[in-house]
Ligand binder design. Structure first.
Ligand code: ADP
Length: 812
């Protein structure tokens, strides 16, 4: 269907004469000829401006032009419609003779009978040897070309029978055909042809010839026609009965103005002037056919071998406007009909543009839809992101608060505020749970303006299924109707007081235990979404974990501090130990140096006096020997002391404890020494506590200490008496036995008192001449007392004598 309309459109355009280029019907499928220029003369019988003649010219021009680009076409008009007599023809002969004397034509095309006749007569003179192709010839018979060579062409044949039959088909009720044809020679010929053509159907339909009428009569008769029973068939009318001549336009105008019946015609030149249509002779067809035959001749075919076309095909051509007027539908027409003057719909005219625009529009629409969807998705994503950001910020605030404070209540307050504002509820309360007392108490809350505080509200953890559930399951719980829901138990009352309709309970878990529950109170019915519940849960979890972490941090900090203290203490101890070790090392060096020194003095003396014994004065021999004896004794004492010290240091002296009666030990010892004291002019007094209990002690070691103290007292006292005493003392919640030796010596200055128990220390008194000793006695005594879990103390003042006291614990 579309193809058909496309063809109709194309041909309509051609027929309207809008585009001369488009007039070319399918081009001759011939190979291009040699590039040499061919000259062609188209000799027209009539004049330029006559539609028939112009169509032939166009057909020739277009077809030749497409098949052979190097054609030079000359068109000559004989104008025999206006002048057609012997003189005119002679004039033409003279004109052409002169005009084309120097011009050679490779081929002559003649249009219509007059031109053919002229050429047949003068071709040898005017255009000798040029092949001739004719067209538009009406009067044709084979004998017309008799004796002529190099000539062929196409005959013009009016399809009378086909047109009449088509008209009868399109107008089934028609019984009469009114033929308009004049009595000019052409008219007569046409008349004859029609008669011959329709001879077979003369009995079926009535033919009325209007060949001898005036224009007025014609008008009159046309007005009387029936639109359904009559048809006008126009053949040719240039002169009426009255001798008036008419152009085609004039006569057609007249006919169209007055005809009550549809008009058919024989030639395409009447199309558009009011005729409905028919199988129309078309000059273009004639010109095209002649041009195609010319091309064959140029390609080398002999004109005599190309048969004359006597039955050319004429297309059925219709005027769309007349079809509408007479109710003829396109479908009724023969398949290859050409329909002219069909208005081109806007769609057909701009089809490609409309389709392109439509598709572009659809494409853009699709893109817009996609973009809109995309924008919406993006907005959704942005909204979700904003929400998530807000929630994250909230979680962050809760975590920061929980991590920065040890104040659980503060964390709970922040949690309440953040959850209430995020979930847009007017009240949130946090309870501290005490499972041991099965009690909960509201300790922190958030209140919107106008809400009543619930701080201090108490309830039992297991007083309602709801709290019990949250506490044991460690999961959030939504109660949508908290005032009536049985799971609220006794807490329904609290809900009523608070005006809470829907309640969301969330546990706060720290170290795996529910320490608190957060209640979010909605004062109208509220369905908490799974997202909201999840958010609340994560907030509570985050707070719980942050609290846990904070707790751990604090513990860690405490532990750190303790550790630091310990390290410091250990460092100090280490310092002290190092100091001690250094002191011990120093003491050892000092000890060695002291020992050497102390040994050297008696040895030097002994050596000196032995020398004196050998070489000195004989009378002083006794003194020398005594001195050697004394020095030897001193050396011996010194070595004894050194051995004692050494054994004590090495732990080789293990005291042999036994029950010792110290009174008795002192009595014996003082009895032994009293004579020696007396030799020094000193009286040794003893004052014993008769109730003195027995002591756990090594008597030999105690005796060694006492001997040493008595020896010092004897050496250092300047007075006449030395006392030795026993006593019992309660001190430091213990019972002690004390043994003291008191002298009347110079006393020991305070600055010396701390040092006299050190090894080799000799005070001012000890450094006096003739006082034996190496500063070891008191050091040994101190060690021995330590082995007895006891001690040795000194009480002394300068010039007041000294009292050394030995302390022995009573009992085992
Ligand atoms: P030594 O008597 O051999 O010097 P000690 O260890 O027994 O060594 O005594 C140390 C010092 O203590 C003596 O050098 C002396 O200065 C002082 N000292 C000890 N006993 C007395 C005392 N009874 N009166 C005064 N000074 C004393």
């Amino acid at each position: 269907m579309i193809r058909k309309y496309t063809r109709i459109l194309l041909l309509a355009t051609i027929l309207c004469g809008c585009n001369p280029q488009a007039r070319g019907l399918p081009a001759a499928t011939v190979a291009p000829s040699a590039p040499e220029t061919k000259t062609v003369l188209l000799l027209q019988s009539y004049h330029k401006g006559m539609a028939w003649a112009d169509d032939i010219t166009t057909g020739v021009e277009t077809t030749l032009g497409q098949a052979m680009p190097n054609i030079e076409l000359t068109v000559e008009y004989m104008d025999t419609k206006r002048a057609f007599d012997a003189e005119h023809l002679e004039n033409l002969l003279r004109l052409y003779r002169h005009k084309f004397a120097a011009t050679h034509f490779d081929l002559i095309i003649t249009a219509d009978d007059n031109a053919l006749d002229f050429i047949l007569q003068y071709r040898d003179e005017l255009f000798p040897g040029a092949p001739v192709v004719f067209c538009g010839v009406n009067r044709y018979s084979d004998d017309r070309l008799l004796g002529q060579l190099g000539i062929t062409g196409v005959v013009e044949k009016t399809e009378n029978m086909k047109t009449v039959q088509l008209a009868r088909q399109l107008h089934p009720g028609v019984d009469t055909i009114h033929v308009i044809v004049d009595r000019t020679p052409t008219g007569l010929t046409l008349h004859e042809q029609l008669d011959a053509a329709l001879s077979d159907i003369q009995s079926e339909i009535k033919l009325v010839y209007w060949d001898d009428v005036t224009a007025a009569e014609l008008e009159q008769q046309l007005q009387n026609l029936s639109p359904t029973k009559d048809i006008v068939y126009f053949m040719s009318f240039h002169q009426d009965k009255a001798g008036h001549t008419f152009s085609s336009d004039e006569i057609m105008d007249l006919i169209y103005q007055h005809s009550q019946a549809p008009i058919y015609a024989t030639g395409k030149e009447y199309l558009g002037l009011g005729i409905l249509g028919g199988y129309l002779n078309w000059g273009y067809n004639q010109g095209e056919t002649a041009a195609k035959m010319s091309v064959r001749i140029f390609q080398g075919e002999s004109p005599d071998a190309i048969p004359v076309i006597t039955q050319p095909e004429s297309p059925a051509i219709f005027d769309y406007r007349q079809m509408e007027k007479w109710g003829v539908a396109i479908e009724q027409l023969p398949p290859d009909s050409i329909i002219a003057y069909k208005p081109v719909s806007v769609f057909e005219q701009y089809r490609a543009m409309i389709i392109t625009t439509g598709l572009t529009f659809l494409f853009l629409l699709a893109i817009i839809v996609l973009l809109v969807i995309n924008v919406q998705k993006k907005r959704q994503a942005q909204r979700a992101l904003r929400r998530q950001n807000r929630e994250l910020a909230m979680l962050n605030r809760i975590i920061l608060t929980a991590a920065s404070t040890s104040d659980t209540q503060q964390v709970l307050e922040v949690l309440c505020r953040e959850l209430a504002t995020t979930l847009n509820v007017p009240q949130a309360a946090a309870t501290a749970l005490d499972p041991e007392k099965d009690s909960g108490v509201v300790v922190a809350e958030y209140l919107a303006p106008g809400r009543t505080s619930a701080l201090g509200t108490r309830f039992a953890i297991h007083g309602s299924q709801a709290t019990h559930y949250v506490f044991t399951q460690k999961k959030p719980l939504v109660i949508e109707e908290a005032q009536t829901d049985a799971r609220m138990g006794n807490d329904q009352e609290i809900m009523k007081q608070r005006g809470t309709v829907s309640l969301l309970l969330v546990p706060l878990v720290v170290k795996g235990k529910v320490v608190s529950s957060i209640g979010l109170d909605a004062i109208e019915h509220r369905v908490f979404t799974p997202d909201e519940i999840a958010l609340v849960q994560s907030a509570a979890t985050a707070a719980g974990q942050a609290l846990e972490v904070a707790e751990l941090n604090r513990a860690l900090q405490r532990y750190n501090e303790e550790l630091e203290d310990k390290v410091q203490q250990r460092t100090l101890e280490l310092h002290a130990a190092t100091e001690q070790a250094r002191a011990a090392d120093r003491a050892k060096s000092e000890f060695v140096s002291n020992v050497s020194h102390e040994l050297r003095t008696p040895l030097t003396n002994i050596k000196l006096y032995i020398d004196l014994i050998q070489h000195g004065y004989t009378e002083r021999q006794k003194f020398y020997v005594e001195t050697v004896g004394r020095e030897t004794e001193r050396l011996q004492n010194l070595i004894e002391d050194l051995l004692s010290i050494s054994r004590l240091d090495l732990g080789k002296i293990a005291p042999q404890f036994e029950e010792v009666d110290l009174n008795r030990l002192i009595s014996t010892l003082s009895d032994d020494r009293r004579r020696l004291f007396a030799e020094h002019g000193i009286q040794l007094n003893v004052q014993l506590d008769p109730t003195l209990p027995a002591a756990q002690a090594d008597p030999k070691l105690i005796e060694q200490v006492l001997t040493n103290l008595l020896s010092n007292a004897m050496h250092y006292t300047t007075g006449k008496e030395v006392w030795i005493k026993t006593d019992q003392v309660e001190q430091e919640e213990r019972a002690w036995i004390t043994l003291s030796v008191q002298d009347q010596g110079p006393g020991i200055p305070e600055e010396e008192q701390r040092q006299i128990f050190e090894r080799f220390y000799r005070g001012a008194a000890g450094k006096a001449p003739n006082i034996p000793g190496a500063g070891l006695g008191l050091a040994i005594s101190k060690e021995i007392m330590r082995l007895h879990q006891g001690r040795i103390t000194l009480k002394s003042q300068k010039g007041q004598g000294s009292t050394f006291t030995l302390w022995l614990p009573v009992g085992p």
